[in-house]
Ligand binder design. Structure first.
Ligand code: ASP
Length: 433
């Protein structure tokens, strides 16, 4: 296949053109046009992906569970998945902590920039604090209680209730296995073909991805830059070291932790892994949402990475909700950066508290844009750093959100591959498109 016909190149082109469109629109002053006539197509694109997420998780997980030879493998897979998710998250936070302590970006922030940032973004901190307060009011086991829905239709009508959908799908799949025989065959057939149909629909939606990504990027630049592009660039420059620290640590995490994970668990080359899941990574980058990207992640992991459906349909929806290596790493860097900028030296104990709270905070964060910074409030409170310090980093958060979401998605796919390989459920990758 010619390179320009490959989906990921088309998406990259859409991304670059969208970026240019946004810049030109901010410079030439036609932001209103972009917001009125370009942005809606990006919104439709994301909405289509969200629309397909619940039916896809339900159909593919029921189909996956009913095709299992032994139901014991389900709990084995569950145990492995959660353990690998936790271990990679702790590694991510540790890498973030080492990077921010070595580079010390907070100490390089000039005093006048600090005052300016705090004055500009002070008003926006309250909203995040309120969001975090609501989450903190929960009791320790509320998380588990929340996985069991009292009404399936209510769970299916909210994409943020994905773990409830996973729970119902597993229950339904197990019920079908227990009934067995002719009666069960009908339902197995229905879910199997529903799953095939939905995967085809994901394929169809992905054909429009280059246009969707173009619109999303153009709108994002307009939203970020507004009418004052030079202010946005100035902000990036002032927080350059902080951004760089997050990005360097994210890259180290991907190339060190995930690469080692592959080396020990499968014969997959890192290059092939990236070729297979690139469209999902690019989509994570442009949407800043693991939840919206989930259908594409599932499609790529199954069809291109070669992970069996029963593993992908189980590991990925859980990952999109609880596994956020990029987010936890960013929270560690952000918390220490804020402390450094406010002239506070954190003790080893406080940094250990960051490891624990950032792990929990990333599990609690939803797979939507900006969720990570809301949960950062919890981390800051745990180490007694003033929450108002968030004002320092709010201006560049969306850009870092794009980067950390890409890593969150990459992490889910890497764990799916590892679990599949350890269960003997990894086929040949398909790297054609
Ligand atoms: N946007 C991230 C995600 O969807 C969550 C975050 O804000 O860090 O994975």
């Amino acid at each position: 296949m010619k390179w320009y016909k490959k989906l990921h190149w088309q998406i990259i082109l859409g991304l670059i053109l969208g970026l240019f469109w946004g810049l030109i629109s901010a410079l030439a002053g036609f932001n209103e046009f972009t917001l009125d006539f370009i942005k809606p197509f990006g919104t439709i694109f994301i909405t289509l992906l969200k629309l397909i997420a619940v039916p896809l998780v339900l159909a593919s997980l029921v189909a996956g569970v009913t095709s299992l030879n032994d139901t014991a493998s389900l709990s084995r897979m569950g145990g492995k998945t959660v353990i690998i998710y936790l271990v990679t998250t702790v590694f991510a936070i540790s890498i973030g902590l080492v990077a921010v302590n070595v580079i010390q970006p907070g100490k390089a922030l000039p005093d006048e920039t600090k005052t300016e940032l705090q004055e500009t973004y002070q008003g926006n901190v309250g909203e995040r604090e309120e969001g975090a307060m609501k989450i903190q009011e929960r009791r320790p086991l509320d998380f588990i209680v929340g996985i069991v829905p009292d009404n399936f239709f209510k769970s299916a009508s909210e994409n943020s209730n994905m773990l409830q959908v996973v729970f119902v799908a597993i229950l339904l799949g197990l019920g079908i296995i227990k009934v067995g025989g002719k009666q069960a065959e009908i339902l197995v057939g229905v879910f199997d073909s529903l799953n095939d149909v939905i995967i085809k629909i994901v394929d169809m939606i992905m054909k429009t991805a280059p246009y969707g990504v173009f619109a999303l990027m153009a709108a994002l630049i307009v939203d970020l830059a507004g009418d004052d592009l030079s202010r946005a660039i100035g902000l990036l420059r002032a927080l350059g070291w902080y951004c760089l620290t997050v990005v360097i640590a994210l890259l180290i995490h991907v190339f060190l932790v995930y690469a080692s994970l592959f080396r020990f668990s499968s014969k997959m080359k890192l290059k092939d892994f990236f070729s297979a899941i690139r469209p999902a990574m690019l989509l994570g980058f442009s949407t800043s949402s693991s939840s919206a990207t989930l259908p594409v992640t599932m499609e790529r992991v199954e069809n291109n990475l070669g992970v069996d459906e029963e593993v992908a349909s189980f590991v990925l929806p859980i990952g999109a909700t609880i596994n956020m290596d990029g987010t936890s790493l960013y929270q560690a860097v952000a918390a220490v950066f804020i402390a450094q900028a406010l002239g506070m030296d954190l003790t080893i104990m406080q940094q250990l508290i960051i490891v624990v709270t950032a792990t929990l905070a990333s599990i609690g964060a939803a797979g939507v844009p900006g969720a990570g910074i809301v949960m950062l409030v919890v981390v800051l409170q745990a180490i007694d750093v003033p929450v108002e310090g968030i004002a320092l980093i709010l201006g560049v958060d969306r850009i870092l959100d794009m980067c950390r979401t890409t890593v969150n998605i990459t992490g889910d796919a890497a764990v799916a591959l590892t679990v599949a390989s350890s269960e003997g459920k990894l086929g040949e990758p398909n790297l054609d498109d």
